[in-house]
Write a protein that binds this ligand. Structure first.
Ligand code: TMP
Length: 237
């Protein structure tokens, strides 16, 4: 029997399995930008992102940071723990770029004196607005203690990811992560960590090896994502 589809996102499908403690994620060959307004089939992208995020979640686990990731089960699928996703996009920025540079007319590519953490409310109908801690509380997205946990974990994840990417000659410019609640209320890192959700610049050339290649029409993304996977596999497999 086919597994039941629980959720279909822009880049992934989530299915039930026979085990209530495990969900199956299928990574799709789809690229989107502008909150889904621009959408393209990109053959091979799902497989690359599934493998990249699996390797990164494994490296984070080795460094003591747990996540919803259980294991990769095929080139384009993985098993994860079921969580109630908290509707927040947690962005951390180490170098100015993207919406931060645009919104504040801040020069791109400047190393920030300290990492900046931002919350965006994950709500497509509102175009995922930037919000602060007070909004998070008033909207009952998370309470004060949970906000502190999310921020502390996000900053730790940032430091671990900086190390991981530095080992493969990539600068972690910024990234977005999501968290979920386990049945006992514990907050756990969820979703994905891929070139779709991170800005990664080559250490030597500063060339982007991430979704900006698609957003800015700089070329094909499959060879770029393949390069990230190849570097990760060479270093960590
Ligand atoms: P931004 O500069 O567009 O705000 O993006 C900051 C980082 O967050 C960047 O690495 C891309 C990632 N991101 C997502 O993964 N999903 C999103 O919906 C947005 C807006 C950003």
């Amino acid at each position: 029997m086919e597994d039941m589809l629980l959720y279909e996102g822009k880049a992934k499908k989530l299915f039930k399995t026979d085990d209530p403690e495990q969900l199956r994620v299928e990574y799709l060959d789809q690229a989107t930008a502008l909150n889904g307004a621009r959408k393209d089939i990109v053959q091979g992208k799902g497989m690359l992102n599934n493998q990249i995020t699996a390797l990164i979640f494994e490296q984070l686990a080795q460094k003591g940071m747990s996540s919803h990731f259980i294991k990769k089960i095929s080139k384009h699928e993985q098993l994860v723990r079921p969580l109630a996703i908290i509707p927040l996009e947690v962005v951390i920025r180490n170098i100015s770029a993207g919406s931060f540079a645009k919104r504040l007319a801040f020069e791109e590519g400047v190393e920030l004196a300290q990492p900046i953490l931002e919350f965006y409310f994950k709500e497509d109908s509102l175009d995922d607005p930037l919000i602060n801690d007070d909004h998070v509380k008033i909207l009952e997205i998370a309470n004060e203690e949970e906000i502190k946990t999310i921020k502390d974990e996000a900053h730790k994840i940032n430091q671990l990811l900086i190390e991981i990417f530095r080992e493969i000659d990539l600068r972690l410019v910024d990234f977005k992560i999501e968290f979920g609640r386990c049945s006992d209320g514990t907050i756990l890192l969820a979703d994905e960590i891929t070139p779709d959700t991170c800005r990664l610049w080559d250490f030597k050339t500063n060339q982007p090896l991430d979704k900006d290649v698609y957003r800015k029409n700089l070329g094909e993304i499959v060879p770029v994502y393949q390069e990230v996977l190849t570097r990760l596999e060479k270093r960590f497999n």
